[in-house]
Write a protein that binds this ligand. Structure first.
Ligand SMILES: Nc1ncnc2c1ncn2[C@@H]1O[C@H](COP(=O)(O)OP(=O)(O)O)[C@@H](O)[C@H]1O
Ligand SMILES: [Mg+2]
Length: 263
């Protein structure tokens, strides 16, 4: 049975100066589905995220992108955002000096205090302690990351692309990210969760594996993790040093997630 598709990417090719970053990407994300996109560093994951958002310079020269059945290949960032596509960046944008509550309200169609509080609670930040705080350098990296995710949650997009939500020096605890991602899906929001850490895939309903600018496998999280272990590692040599280092040898090992909580 065909799943109820929200996002469909058909054979998308994207070229950047000096590099063909996407080479015929096919991908389908269902409504309210958590879809993990796994791939080594340099495999093209961020390029795909930027292409899906309609970022400048990432217009496909071949292929098309459908969102809720509508062809959005030629739409710009603002129009896509209006349709309900959101990208949380690897480096959260900072709105210096703005109170946290106002920052969250920015992306909400109808800002309301209850929703802002719920969003902060969803990322384990006490609303009373954070609503009035300024978004500035006094926040730790982990706090900023949480606030960024709370803003996405408050926005209630139809599809959220999280590009390596676990990256950064002070990062959010993996368990917290997964809880929020699951909650978004339970409330009907689809999430495309980009990661190079296979343990992140566990929270997903489906997963796809990206290698050298193309999706080479789609299936259950378990199937894709297995495929990642068997078929992607040979590309390591071409792509350079990977997060788990060469000491892992030929045998597949989980990427260790120690030290990911900043408190
Ligand atoms: N703006 C760009 N211009 C040229 N090459 C790029 C650009 N952005 C990314 N690349 C190259 O495209 C490939 C995919 O990069 P990226 O999408 O960032 O991968 P990932 O997010 O999976 O680590 C890499 O080889 C990278 O060096
Ligand atoms: Mg990336």
């Amino acid at each position: 049975m065909e799943k109820n598709v929200l996002l469909q990417v058909d054979h998308v090719w994207v070229e950047r100066p000096g590099a063909e970053v996407l080479r015929g990407v096919n991908l389908a994300v269902g409504r309210g589905e958590v879809h993990a996109l796994l791939g080594l560093n340099g495999s093209g994951k961020t390029s795909l995220a930027l292409t899906l958002m309609g970022a400048e310079g990432y217009r496909p020269y071949q292929g098309r992108i459908l969102f809720d059945g509508r062809d959005i290949t030629d739409l710009g960032v603002t129009e896509r955002a209006r349709l309900g596509l959101t990208l949380a960046w690897q480096e959260p944008a900072r709105f210096e000096g703005l109170p946290v509550a106002d920052y969250l309200a920015l992306g909400m169609r109808e800002p309301e205090r209850g929703r802002i509080e719920a969003a902060l609670e969803a990322v384990a930040l006490a609303p009373l302690a954070y609503m009035g705080r300024a978004v500035d350098a006094t926040l730790s990296g982990g706090e900023r990351k949480r606030i960024e995710l709370a803003a996405v949650y408050a926005m209630q997009p139809r599809l959220t692309i999280l590009d390596e939500p676990d990256s950064g020096i002070d990062v959010l605890c993996l368990a917290d990210i997964m809880t929020l991602v699951r909650r978004m899906a339970d409330e009907g929001m689809a999430v495309l969760m980009i990661t190079h850490r296979d343990e992140m895939v566990g929270v997903a309903d489906a997963a796809s594996l990206m290698c050298a600018g193309a999706i080479i496998s789609t299936g259950t999280p378990a199937e894709v993790r297995e495929y990642f272990a068997q078929r992607c590692r040979p590309h390591e040599g071409q792509l350079g040093s990977q997060p788990w280092g060469s000491e892992a040898g030929g045998t597949y090992r989980r990427v260790v997630s120690e030290g990911v909580c900043d408190e």
